[in-house]
Design a protein around this ligand. Structure first.
Ligand code: GLN
Length: 536
């Protein structure tokens, strides 16, 4: 079949869950046997979110091919269990950069380069690129932002053109909000009507409306929306708030969103979506046998989106262990030697989060020391491993002032440092190790218990590395490498002897955790947290 294109736009407010809606529809289509990919178009001018402060836009999600992307791609992978790539996340910055590069090369042969057709052509090329590969039955393209934003206009115009060019092979799903006014006890459809008007002003008639709501919508209300917005009644779909995002595919199935989509494309599907594995996961998630609390120590804790993939990995790993994992977000800047015991009290495990720069480092070091000395299961991710290395140098190896050169360029003991070949590259981001790399796992280690494999691939996003010069000091004192990159011999994982569970990894296991393939390291960590504290 020829590739079908589904565009997901949003109206009324941001944060309605276009990403989750796209992922849920994709899941249902995938469960019906179709191949599906999801793409996100972001209207900001940054070329990618790699340079964005997590406070602004949440976590930066890294794909296997090393692209720094929007966190929605994490949802796509977690739902679909297939990898995404650079092609799945396009920003206005990237579009303009490509067009301007072409202009400088003279590709436009002296023509005036304009938003229409040149920018819109480039947007359309990026959308169709995924379909052209011929691998996918459906390409779902989520348009970031809200209809009516100035910066979204070129995208909406591209959608209009593609709808016209592709005819029945393209459709638009518009997600809006139906607010509930508690004072009058009413659900209001006017914002939806206005937002559809805004789309229509740009020449785009939505095919399906998904209405986000806190209360059930009655048929009368749906009928009214259908009439005012020019869509079939069956194409007005309610999306009610649910306790977990992983229930949204089931809700959309109840609402027959997948069937309506197939029908609109003139397709039929007699079978039911195969969701046994998904339901099995939900069954375990919703019926935990016990509960544990793990401390997530980081400096962006006010915005939970900054650690999205870590939080989701704990949900997946918790379900495997039939254990509800509560996360206590702990601000690393608030931890001191004096209050650390109190701040970590009652926790079954401690995770030191990834991060950049020196802010909050001291608190992370104290939390790590406390976990190490008190036999609390510990997982350090990326900067978290580096912190464990620094803490060990200072408090066990006696290397006073040991540090990462990221924090202190002139430290006497640079236990974490740039590698020689990186030192000449000054361009920010230029030296970053990004994407999936191989790691040899030492047999008999906790890492091996988790992965049950001697060779794994995990994703990276960092500049600094464990400094090989000190390796013997660490091995002798019992903090040992258990994961090594087979080509570069860089240390990818370390484990502490004599501690019930103390592991640090230079890579990011959270990026590859999905509902159907939870991260083995998170599963093992949760298992350790569950068992070890209980037996202390
Ligand atoms: N700042 C550290 C580095 O660049 C760690 C990065 C991270 O935690 N992702 O190496």
């Amino acid at each position: 079949m020829s590739t079908k294109y589904i565009f997901v736009t949003g109206g009324v407010t941001s944060s309605l869950g276009k990403g989750i809606l796209s992922a849920s529809l994709a899941k249902l289509l995938q469960a019906r046997g179709y191949s599906v990919t999801i793409q996100k178009l972001d209207p900001y001018i940054n070329v990618d979110p790699g340079t964005l402060n997590p406070y602004e836009h949440g976590e930066c999600y890294v794909t296997e091919d090393g692209a720094e992307t929007d966190l929605d791609l994490g949802h796509y992978e977690r739902f679909l269990n297939i990898p995404t790539s650079q092609a799945n996340n396009i920003t206005t910055g990237r579009i303009y950069q490509t067009v301007i590069n072409k202009e400088r090369r003279g590709d436009y042969l002296g023509k005036t380069v304009q938003i229409i057709p040149h920018i819109t052509d480039e947007i359309k090329r990026q959308i169709k690129f995924l379909g052209n590969k011929g691998k996918f039955d459906f390409v779902i393209t989520e348009i970031g932002g809200t209809v009516g934003d100035i910066e979204s206009l070129p995208y909406i115009e591209s959608v209009r053109q593609l709808k016209w060019e592709l005819g029945r092979s393209a459709m638009v799903i518009h997600l809006t909000l139906v607010p509930f006014l508690s004072a009058s006890g009413e659900l209001k459809t006017k914002p939806t009507q206005h937002s559809v008007k805004a789309l229509l002003e740009n020449g785009v008639q939505p095919d399906i409306l998904v209405l986000r709501t806190e209360h059930n919508l009655n048929d009368g209300l749906k009928k009214k929306v259908a009439l005012f917005c020019n869509v079939a009644e069956e194409a007005v779909v309610q999306s009610i708030d649910v306790p977990t995002i992983y229930e949204v595919p089931l809700k959309m199935k109840e609402e027959k969103l997948d069937i309506t989509v197939l029908k609109k494309f003139g397709m039929t599907s007699s079978k039911e979506p195969a969701l046994d594995d998904w339901n099995h996961f939900l069954q375990r998630l919703n019926n935990p046998k016990q509960e544990i609390e793990i401390g997530l120590v980081g400096k962006y804790v006010e915005l939970h989106d900054a650690y999205k993939s870590i939080a989701e990995s704990f949900i997946h790993a918790g379900a495997v262990n039939e254990c509800k994992v509560r996360l206590r977000y702990i601000h690393s800047e608030e931890i001191t030697k004096r209050n650390v015991a109190e701040m970590l009290s009652g926790l079954q495990g401690v995770l030191i989060a990834p991060g950049f720069g020196h802010r909050g480092i001291h608190g992370k070091i104290e939390a790590t020391r406390y976990a190490r000395e008190n036999n609390i299961p510990f997982l350090g991710i990326c900067l978290g491993l580096q912190i464990a290395v620094i803490e060990f140098a200072r408090n066990v190896l006696g290397l006073q002032g040991a540090d990462s050169t990221e924090m202190n360029e002139v430290t006497k003991y640079p236990v974490i440092d740039l590698m020689e070949e990186q030192k000449s590259v000054t361009n920010m981001g230029g030296t970053m190790r990004l994407g999936a790399y191989a790691c040899e796992v030492k047999k008999g280690s906790k890492l091996f218990d988790a992965y049950r494999s001697e060779l794994i691939y995990e994703r990276h996003r960092h500049r600094y590395e464990f400094n090989d010069k000190y390796i013997e000091n660490y091995i002798k004192a019992g903090f040992k490498p258990v994961g090594i990159n087979p080509e570069s011999k860089l240390v990818e994982a370390m484990q502490l002897d004599g501690h019930p569970w103390f592991v640090g990894v230079q890579y990011h296991p959270e990026y590859s955790s999905t509902v159907l393939k939870p991260s083995p390291l998170f599963v093992e960590f949760v298992k350790a947290c569950k068992e070890i504290r209980a037996n202390l």
